[in-house]
Design a protein around this ligand. Structure first.
Ligand code: FES
Length: 512
C-alpha cells in the first residue's frame, strides 16, 4: 500500500449520509392518483413537492432508491449564487438580461432556503459565509476582475480582492457576501416529513420503468407494476429518464467530481472557496462533533472517462496535506452532475408541446440554489403559467445555439464512445485478482468481470442498458460507468445512476 492509499479508511461514503438516519418511506404497492407526480426524491423533487403541496395540490414523489441519497446526498452543500466565473460568461455569450435573471434566481433561492429553514425550524447547520473564486495564476486575474464587476452590476454583493484567509497566497479572488452552507440531509429530511398526508405521498424503492400519456393524464409505472396517475408530471430524476421525446441525452453530459472530509490541527479560516483554474479545488468546513471537518473537493472528469479513478482521491489528499496539517481523512465520496451546453440549467416545460410535463436538470454542479430556483420556476409555471426566470432556464431557449460549438464537441465525444467501445482491443488474459476488474471477450460479446474481496467473481454484460454504449470500470467506486450519458451500475449490475431504468444482464457467479 503506498502512502496515499494509507490515508483512506474504508470505501467511499458521504458524511451527509453517515451522519443521518436512513429514511423508510413505503414502496408504491397500489395504484394512486394525485395532481402532480414527481419522479425523483432529491432536493429538486422534495422542494417541488413542498412548494406545490403548500399551494393545495396533492403530490407524489416517486424515488427509485431512498430520498436525498443520490446526487443530493453526495454534494458539498454550498448554498451560493457564486457558480465559479459564470456571470461574465453569460453576459458576454448570451445577454445581460439572462445574466440578471440567473443572478436574481440564485440570490432569491438562498433567501428562500433560509425562509424554509426558519418557517419549519429546521436545525441543519445553516451558516452564513462569504464565497470566493480564487486564482493562483497571473493569467486569471483579469477574468476574476471581470466577474466581480459584472456580478456587482447584476446586484450581487460582489467585490475583487487579493486577500483571503486561505493558508496559501492567491493572486486574486472575487468575493460574494451573504452566501451560506448547510447540512443537506439535516435540511431535506425534515422538509420531506411535511409531504405525506392529505392525499400526498413519498414512495421509496419504487423505480419508474415507464411513462405513458393517456388522454389528459400521465401514467407513471414502477418496477412493482403499480401506477401513479396525475395530470401534471415533473421529471426530477437528475438525468431525465424519459427518452420518448426531447433527445435530452444529446444535450447533457455527465461529469464526476470528488470530495474528501478531514480533520486538521489548525482551525479552518472560514469562507467557501473554489479555484478559477484547473485542476479544480474547492474548500469549506462543516461543524463536526464539537470541532470541524474540512471538505476538499475537485478533480472532475467526464463519467466513464477517468483513467484510474482512485487517483482522484489521492490527488485531493495531496492538496489537503499541502494546505493543512491533516489529522484524519474521515470521509470521501464522489458525485455526478449533469452539464448543459451553455452552462445554464434546463428547467421548465419538458417540450413546448408538453404543457403538463416539466423538467429540472442540468445544474452544472451548483444544485443547492438551482434546485430551489427550479422548484420556484415550476411552481410558478403550474400555478401562474409564467416565471420571471423563464428565459434563463427554459430548456427550449433559442440562445442555446450560441453554444453550438460545445454541442458538436460533446456529441462527437459521445459518438466516439458508442463506436470505440465495440471496437476496443480486448485482453486475452482473464486472470483477475481480488479487488480487480477486467473486460474480456466471450463468444464475441464484451463482458466485464470483477472479483470481490471474498473471491467471488461478478460478471456483467458491459453494454449499457440505456442506449447501448460500452461501460468502463470505475476503480474508485467499484462501479461500471457509462461514458455517454452517465448511467452507472454496481459490479452486480444494479442501477446506481440513471438515465437507464434497466439493470445489466449478469453472468453466472463463480467462486474460487
Ligand atoms: Fe446512455 Fe449509457 S447512459 S448509453
Amino acid at each position: 500500500m503506498n502512502q496515499e492509499e494509507s490515508y483512506f479508511k474504508g470505501p467511499p461514503h458521504p458524511y451527509w449520509i453517515a451522519s443521518t438516519e436512513q429514511t423508510g418511506y413505503p414502496v408504491l404497492d397500489e395504484d394512486v392518483s394525485v395532481d402532480v407526480a414527481i419522479i425523483g426524491g432529491g432536493i429538486s423533487g422534495i422542494t417541488c413537492a413542498y412548494l406545490l403541496k403548500k399551494e393545495g395540490m396533492r403530490v407524489a414523489v416517486i424515488e427509485a432508491d431512498r430520498i436525498a441519497q443520490g446526487t443530493t446526498g453526495h454534494t458539498t452543500a454550498k448554498v451560493t449564487s457564486q457558480h465559479n466565473l459564470i456571470y461574465n460568461k453569460i453576459k458576454t455569450q448570451i445577454s445581460s438580461e439572462v445574466a440578471k435573471q440567473y443572478a436574481d434566481a440564485n440570490e432569491t433561492a438562498i433567501r428562500a432556503i433560509q425562509k424554509i429553514i426558519e418557517e419549519n425550524q429546521i436545525d441543519c447547520d445553516f451558516i452564513a459565509q462569504n464565497a470566493y473564486v480564487y486564482t493562483e495564476r497571473e493569467g486569471y486575474i483579469q477574468k476574476i476582475a471581470d466577474e466581480a464587476r459584472t456580478a456587482a452590476e447584476l446586484g450581487i454583493k460582489a467585490s475583487f480582492t487579493e486577500d483571503t484567509k486561505l493558508p496559501f497566497p492567491v493572486k486574486a479572488a472575487v468575493c460574494f457576501e451573504n452566501q451560506a452552507q448547510f447540512h443537506i440531509r439535516k435540511y431535506l429530511l425534515p422538509l420531506a416529513k411535511t409531504i405525506p398526508g392529505d392525499g400526498s405521498h413519498i414512495f421509496e424503492q419504487s423505480r419508474v420503468v415507464d411513462i405513458d400519456d393517456e388522454n389528459t393524464q400521465y401514467v407513471v409505472k414502477t418496477v412493482q407494476q403499480k401506477t401513479v396517475r396525475a395530470e401534471k408530471l415533473i421529471l426530477c430524476s437528475h438525468y431525465p429518464i424519459y427518452n420518448k421525446a426531447g433527445l435530452y441525452f444529446s444535450r447533457i453530459y455527465p461529469d464526476r467530481s470528488y470530495v474528501m472530509a478531514f480533520t486538521a490541527k489548525e482551525a479552518y479560516p472560514g469562507g467557501m472557496y473554489i479555484t478559477a483554474e484547473e485542476p479544480g479545488r474547492s474548500l469549506r468546513f462543516q461543524p463536526y462533533e464539537g470541532g470541524e471537518l474540512i471538505f476538499a473537493a475537485g478533480e472532475h472528469h467526464k463519467t466513464g472517462q477517468g483513467v484510474d479513478t482512485s487517483q482522484h482521491y489521492k490527488n485531493l489528499a495531496r492538496f489537503a496535506h499541502e494546505s493543512f496539517t491533516v489529522e484524519d481523512i474521515l470521509y470521501r465520496w464522489s458525485t455526478q452532475d449533469c452539464m448543459t451546453l451553455d452552462g445554464l440549467p434546463y428547467t421548465g416545460h419538458f417540450l413546448e408541446s408538453t404543457p403538463n410535463m416539466y423538467l429540472a436538470t442540468g445544474y452544472g454542479k451548483w444544485g443547492m440554489t438551482n434546485s430551489m430556483a427550479s422548484a420556484m420556476i415550476i411552481k410558478d409555471l403550474i400555478t401562474k403559467g409564467e416565471s420571471p426566470w423563464h428565459d434563463a432556464y427554459n430548456p427550449a431557449r433559442k440562445t442555446i445555439s450560441a453554444s453550438a460549438k460545445t454541442f458538436v464537441v460533446e456529441n462527437l465525444n459521445v459518438a466516439n464512445n458508442l463506436v470505440s467501445g465495440k471496437l476496443a482491443a480486448l485482453p486475452d488474459n482473464v486472470e483477475i485478482s481480488k479487488g480487480e476488474a477486467k473486460v474480456f471477450d466471450i463468444d464475441g460479446d464484451r463482458v466485464g468481470a470483477y472479483r470481490d474481496e471474498q473471491g467471488t467473481l461478478h460478471i456483467v454484460d458491459t453494454t449499457c442498458t440505456h442506449l447501448g454504449c460500452e461501460l468502463n470500470w470505475n476503480s474508485a467506486e467499484k462501479s461500471w460507468d457509462c461514458p455517454c450519458h452517465g448511467s452507472r451500475f454496481t459490479y452486480e449490475g444494479e442501477i446506481i445512476d440513471e438515465p437507464t431504468v434497466k439493470p445489466l444482464k449478469t453472468g453466472k457467479e463463480q467462486i474460487d
